[in-house]
Each structure stands twice: as structure tokens, then as C-alpha cells.
Design a protein around this ligand. Structure first.
Ligand code: GDP
Length: 365
């Protein structure tokens, strides 16, 4: 399963946030595909469509979909040189599919900042630099190997060398691989390099209790937003400390607490949805009287593969998928009405599933 890694310098609020995640989190028993590991937190994906489908179908039970966050232990300056836990840190990052970087945007004299002052951009650059240096090392090694073959006019090596040189140039001017432009063909080669800085990133600005309702008044948040724009990254503002309190609440109680704080949606819920989309994930639904359920698939997956998310037999024996878009089903008011309105399609093996599709698979056993 795809996972988003939580990283950040010491004392920025990672553990506090991760505690909130595990508190709000789902039992792995309901999600057998999830890893059982103390550093992994399973979260259910908040989706208002599931609530509406439940009201419409009135099933016996409703099951949201879930995915995993991985807590990655503290980075230190010099990680790329293998200092301290450095190597371990980098190898953990290598295993995640997207990065959520927690940045300290709260001032608190009682809590030491590793570099002596609150400076979110310096924090971000410290981490990004370690990742860039590690990538530079991999690319240099690779250049050493490929350039010999390229000199002998080996076509593939010439092609790869050009890519490697382009990456090296970016790294030497402190730019991560994800900001470098490549053609589709080149991208295939880049993916094979398993670089750290190619992974998609979002920044989590951790603010104090007083700033949650109006984060724009916080100068650090402004700085992070400006930086993230250049990095093509999203920023989610949270107060990790409050999130752990919110995580204990549900339903009406949670709504009331959020209202008191002056926010519509908890920072954690925003983070969950942002990370989900950063991982390239999307949701389709099954809606029967027994169960209404959300399922996760990777954007671009075809109908049989999506059926395989439920059970491998569904993929093997796939015949067709009865499909209706969530909006059409809701507008029609019932499955029968949607059928009468001609909104229910029979899709075959080549159909690329869309986010929000409500599907019923037909398959051979
Ligand atoms: P980590 O080293 O990044 O895992 O940081 P921790 O989660 O252990 O947090 C470091 C300290 O900052 C702890 O004393 C937390 O209580 C405190 N802290 C974390 N988040 C917040 C916050 O949003 N507001 C305030 N005031 N303190 C926080």
C-alpha cells in the first residue's frame, strides 16, 4: 500500500501530530491490507459523499477507505554524510511514496528550537538540502558508470547521461528533482533512479493554538506559503496540540469543538485528504443494501484492476462494471431512477475508473 511519510526537524511537533493520527486512526483489523507497525498510523479518509450515499441507500453498514502515514524518526544536519541516524533516516524516506514535512510555525520559549530560533524556511532548506545531497551522490555514482558506455556511443547510455547531467546541475543549485522538467520518455529513466527529491511534498505548518482560526496573521505561515508556491507544493496549517484533542471527539461533539475554534474542518482531516491526493489516490464506491463502501485506487487504473482492490477473484473473472457517477446517482435519487434516466453505463476492461464512480462489478467465478 502507498504511504505518506511524516518528516521534520526535532521539536517541530511531529510526534504530537503522529499521536493525533493514531488516536483518530482506524484499527488495522478493518483494513487487512495495512501494515502493523508502531511507526505506521492508519487513517480513514473523510468523504462527505459517503454520508450522502448512506442516506440514499440506507445500508446495514458504511465503511470508509483508509491509507497509511509513516512516522520517520528525526533528521539531523549531515544525514547525507551518514552521521548519527542519518543513513537510516534516508532509507526510511526512500520507502515512502510522498513526503509531509512538518514545519514549526509556533513560538514557545519553553521549547528549544534545534537551530536556536524559529525560522521555517531555514528548517525546510535544511531538510531539503540533506535530501538533495543524497541524490547528488547517487547521480554522481551513476554518472561514473554510465559515462564510459556513453563514450562508446551506447545509445541508451547517451540518453541517460543527458538526464543525469541535467539532474546534477539542478542539485548543484539546490533544486530538488521534482522541479526539473523532463519528457515522458526521460521520466521513465528518472523514476528508475529512485531519487528522494522526486517524491511529491506538502508542507504542514504547525501553528500555536491562538493562530488556528486566522493562520494568515502568522508571519511564519506566510513565509512557508511563499516558499511552497515556488516548490509547487501545498501547505496545510494545523495546530498539532489541538489536533490530538480533536482526534478524541466524534460527530456532533467534534463539530461543536471546531466551531468554538472557528474552523470548518480539522487540520488533520485536511492533511489526510491532501496527502491522499498527493499520493495519486482516488476513491470509487460500492453501494448495496448490505454495505456502502469507499475503495481506494490509483488514478489511471482500469476497471478490472479496481475490481481487484476488493478481491483478486473480481479482477481475474472480470466481465463488466455497472457504473454511475456519484453526482448523477445523487441527482437521480436512487439507482432505479438513475437507470431509467440512462445514467448507468456498462463499462468494459479498458474503462479508466474516475474518482466518485459508483460501481457494481460482474464477474465469473
Ligand atoms: P518532534 O520532536 O518534532 O516530534 O516534536 P514534538 O511533537 O515532541 O513536540 C515538541 C514540543 O513542542 C512538545 O513539547 C510539544 O508539546 C510542543 N508542541 C507541539 N505542537 C505544538 C503546538 O501546536 N503548539 C505549542 N504551543 N506547542 C506544541
Amino acid at each position: 500500500a502507498l504511504t505518506a511519510g511524516i518528516v521534520g526537524l526535532p521539536n517541530v511537533g511531529k510526534s504530537t501530530l503522529f499521536n493525533a493520527i493514531t488516536q483518530a486512526g482506524a484499527e488495522s483489523a478493518n483494513y487487512p491490507f495495512c501494515t502493523i507497525d508502531p511507526n505506521v498510523g492508519i487513517v480513514e479518509v473523510p468523504d462527505h459523499r459517503l454520508t450522502k450515499l448512506t442516506a440514499l441507500v440506507q445500508p446495514k453498514k458504511t465503511v470508509p477507505t483508509a491509507f497509511e502515514f509513516t512516522d520517520i524518526a528525526g533528521i539531523v544536519k549531515g544525514a547525507s554524510k551518514g552521521e548519527g541516524l542519518g543513513n537510516k533516516f534516508l532509507s526510511h524516506i526512500r520507502e515512502v511514496d510522498a513526503i509531509c514535512q512538518v514545519v514549526r510555525c509556533f513560538a514557545d520559549d519553553n521549547i528549544t528550537h534545534v537551530s536556536g530560533k524559529v525560522d521555517p524556511i531555514d528548517d525546510i532548506e535544511t531538510i531539503n538540502l540533506e535530501l538533495i545531497l543524497a541524490d547528488l551522490e547517487s547521480v554522481d555514482k551513476r554518472i561514473g558508470r554510465v559515462s564510459k558506455l556513453a563514450k562508446q556511443k551506447d545509445k541508451e547510455s547517451v540518453f541517460e547521461l543527458e538526464i543525469l547531467e541535467k539532474l546534477k546541475e539542478a542539485f548543484e543549485s539546490d533544486k530538488p528533482a521534482r522541479t526539473v522538467e523532463f519528457t515522458e520518455e526521460q521520466m521513465k529513466v528518472v523514476k528508475g533512479l529512485h531519487l528522494l527529491t522526486i517524491k511529491p511534498v506538502l508542507y504542514v505548518a504547525n501553528v500555536s493554538e491562538d493562530d488556528v482560526a486566522d493562520p494568515s496573521s502568522n508571519q511564519y505561515v506566510q513565509q512557508v506559503r511563499e516558499f511552497a508556491e515556488k516548490d509547487n507544493a501545498e501547505v496545510i496549517v494545523i495546530c498539532a496540540k489541538i489536533e490530538s484533542e480533536i482526534a478524541e471527539l466524534e460527530g456532533e461533539e467534534k463539530e461543536m469543538f471546531l466551531q468554538e475554534l472557528g474552523i470548518e474542518e480539522s487540520g488533520l482531516d485536511q492533511l489526510i485528504r491532501a496527502a491522499y491526493s498527493l499520493l495519486g489516490l482516488a476513491t470509487y464506491f460500492t453501494a448495496g443494501v448490505q454495505e456502502v463502501r469507499a475503495w481506494t485506487f490509483r488514478k489511471g487504473m482500469k476497471a478490472p484492476q479496481c475490481a481487484g482492490v476488493i478481491h483478486s477473484d473480481f479482477e481475474k473473472g472480470f466481465i463488466r462494471a455497472e457504473t454511475v457517477a456519484y453526482d448523477d446517482l445523487l441527482a437521480a435519487g436512487s439507482m432505479t431512477a438513475a437507470k431509467e434516466a440512462g445514467k448507468v453505463r456498462l463499462e468494459g476492461k479498458e474503462y479508466i475508473v474516475k474518482d466518485g464512480d459508483v460501481m457494481h462489478f460482474r464477474f465469473n467465478v
